[in-house]
Design a binder for this molecule. Structure first.
Ligand SMILES: Nc1nc2c(ncn2[C@@H]2O[C@H](COP(=O)(O)OP(=O)(O)OP(=O)(O)O)[C@@H](O)[C@H]2O)c(=O)[nH]1
Ligand SMILES: [Mg+2]
Length: 604
């Protein structure tokens, strides 16, 4: 059977997974009346909750007698490394671009990677159903982007489709049609069949799947020869080691699932069961004539965070895994499949430095661990500085903000305060389109400020640019925090009294401990407060009146918001049930002493 291998790439939210839904439906992967819901490829719990793709996934469909392997990729910039890797399985890409937003930072990144691999993209201008969209302008902008990324003549001559994944049609011109068959025909026409080399087996492992029955499963494209069930193979690793192993079971992709196979020929994508201790990037090669494929390079981490055991007074109350041993084993296990993640030991046996690609990348790991039953403490995310030519350098990013014109002044102010420099300002429909270059440090905590200051209207995206000289101090959080004085249950009575001093993060009746951050102070500077006082008997109100009624609901923050919120001397306690903010040093006296000695050190 003929084969086409395509990856779907785009900026976050431009509609990749929705398009995969439509491809699966159009090719009758499901029974006609089967309930499937939306975004069916986003099948992981966290993906469902957030409505984003975190892991790339394979699906396969049959159309006009041709097997099309479809790879859905994540659009968020933290997962760019993953996209880069899985592109190795593709012989063509569909580059989706939102007909209103146009090319965004991650569009540029993924397109660049595809062009470098000599893939010829099919451009899909998506979401033409959106009011005020500008498909023609967007098409021109995409052409310009290709040009700026040094696309070859052939690549510049890309085919374009227009349509709406949501409404289920794509056409070679911007005119609504019945369905997505023009696009499927386009895939058969423009995506080349896989190039296969002559010779013995070679298959690079580009992603990893997991099954509780089968264990770790290696996924990749067979580049040369064929792979058979039961075949002895050589597993060639990045450090040059060659391990002997055997293919226990073999699967190809079909629909959203896998189908058992006895032999897979070069050109097809398959999943191999039974290999031990393999890593992403390893080559599965012929046992007699082992030859490795080039090593896969991945983006270096740009951010680090200190992960420690939970050492709060509430340690061990919720979690199953709480020791440093548990933590260390889990983190090391993660590095096997999460290539952009690095873990190193620290001076303390109870904490580890974890390096990742950004807040979301690290946040997803913490959230996953918490659901598995871990308790841990994580510190403020730090960008990784580098010494280049004897000078301190830090990562910079391109920040793109689309915002209604009335807010653009505020946005520019906010970004400039954080050492951002404006590169572009132009109007895009009723929106103002702004582009900045900003140190990654300046981005931490910017999103929530941006949303509050623009009534939630700002759409922002950023993407790593390069290391540049250190830009000097960037102001941190403006407000101080209210800290609990003691370990008790909070009372409605106390919270009510303290409400005008700050915005609470805890509910009445919640257990808190000394040094826990329970509210944001309305002013700079921290304050230790008693939020656990009982109602004084002399101050009784008429019976029946309920104090909690007047209490403003607590401010809820997601894990990632917490990560962006805390300052250097603070950390987050994460347990399966709770996320608490706290000072790293819980004792007030000790905290004062340490901060004094730090200040005097700075002065001297
Ligand atoms: N108006 C409109 N909305 C669409 C269209 N296609 C997708 N959407 C919406 O856009 C949002 C994002 O769609 P997804 O398919 O999850 O986008 P994605 O590119 O897979 O996102 P990530 O995987 O997180 O990068 C969802 O709310 C979709 O319903 C479209 O053609 N028109
Ligand atoms: Mg998606």
């Amino acid at each position: 059977m003929q084969i086409r291998n395509i990856a779907i790439i785009a900026h976050v939210d431009h509609g990749k997974t929705t398009l995969v839904d439509k491809i699966l439906h159009a090719t009758h992967v499901f029974r006609d009346n089967q309930e499937t819901g939306e975004l069916i490829m986003d099948n992981n719990d966290l993906e469902k909750e957030r409505g984003i793709t975190i892991f790339s996934k394979n699906a396969a469909v049959e159309y006009k007698g041709v097997k099309i392997n479809v790879i859905d990729t994540p659009g968020h910039s933290d997962f760019g490394g993953e996209v880069e890797r899985v592109l190795k399985m593709a012989d063509g890409v569909l580059l989706l671009v939102d007909a209103f937003e146009g090319p965004m930072p991650q569009t540029r990144f993924v397109l660049q990677k595809a062009l470098q691999l000599n893939l010829k993209p099919i451009v899909v201008i998506n979401k033409v159903d959106k009011p005020n969209c500008r498909p023609d302008e967007v098409h021109d902008a995409v052409f310009e982007l290709f040009f700026n990324l040094d696309a070859t003549e052939d690549q510049l001559d890309f085919p374009t489709f227009y349509g709406s994944g949501k409404n289920g049609w794509f056409n070679s011109k911007n005119e609504q049609c019945e369905d997505i068959t023009p696009l499927l025909d386009g895939i058969l026409q423009y995506v080349p069949a896989p190039k296969v080399a002559e010779g013995p087996l070679q298959m690079q492992i580009t992603s990893l799947d997991y099954s509780s029955f089968l264990g770790r499963i290696a996924v990749g494209k067979v580049a040369r020869g064929s792979i058979k069930e039961g075949q002895p193979i050589a597993l060639m690793q990045a450090d040059g080691t060659i391990k002997r192993s055997k293919v226990k079971e073999l699967y190809t992709f079909m629909g959203m699932g896998k189908k058992k196979a006895t032999e897979v020929e070069a050109g097809d994508i398959c999943a191999v069961v039974g290999l031990e201790d393999f890593n992403i990037g390893d080559t599965i090669a012929d046992a007699e004539n082992p030859e490795a494929l080039p090593i896969i390079s991945v983006d270096e981490p740009t951010m680090s965070m200190l992960f420690g055991i939970n050492n709060s007074p509430f340690f061990g109350k919720d979690g199953k895994f709480v020791t440093s041993r548990h933590l260390r084993d889990r983190l090391l296990k993660e590095t096997e499949k999460n290539l952009a993640l690095k873990v190193s030991d620290t001076d303390s046996a109870d904490s580890f430095l974890v390096y990742g690609r950004g807040i979301l990348h690290l946040g997803i790991l913490i959230e996953t661990m918490r659901r598995e039953g871990f308790e841990l403490t994580v510190g403020q995310p730090q960008v990784l500085v580098k010494e280049i030519d004897g000078k301190k350098h830090e990562p910079y990013e391109i920040l793109v903000v689309d915002v209604p014109a009335e807010f653009s002044g505020k946005v520019i102010d906010m970004v400039t305060q954080r050492k951002g420099e404006m590169l572009v300002m132009e109007s895009k429909g009723e929106m103002q389109h702004l582009e900045f270059e900003i140190p990654s440090r300046g981005l931490i905590g910017l999103r929530s400020n941006m949303l509050t200051n623009t009534a939630g209207e700002a759409v922002m995206a950023h993407r790593f640019l390069e290391y540049k000289p250190w830009k000097g101090p960037i102001p941190g959080r403006n407000n101080g925090v209210l800290l609990s004085k003691n370990q008790e249950k909070t009372t409605a009575y106390s919270i009510d009294k303290l409400q005008e001093r700050g915005t609470f993060f805890v509910d009445p009746g919640e257990d808190v401990y000394a040094g826990q951050i329970i509210a944001e102070h309305i002013k700079p500077g921290d304050l230790v407060v008693n939020a656990t006082e009982g109602k004084k008997l002399t101050n009784m109100r008429a019976s029946g009146s309920d104090d909690s009624v007047r209490i403003v609901p607590r401010k809820q923050m997601t894990l990632e918001e917490c990560m962006e919120y805390i300052q250097q001397d603070e950390c987050i306690e994460v347990t399966p049930k709770k996320i608490r903010l706290r000072k790293a040093i819980l004792d007030e006296e000790e905290r004062k002493r340490v901060s004094k000695s730090m200040k005097s050190e700075q002065v001297s």
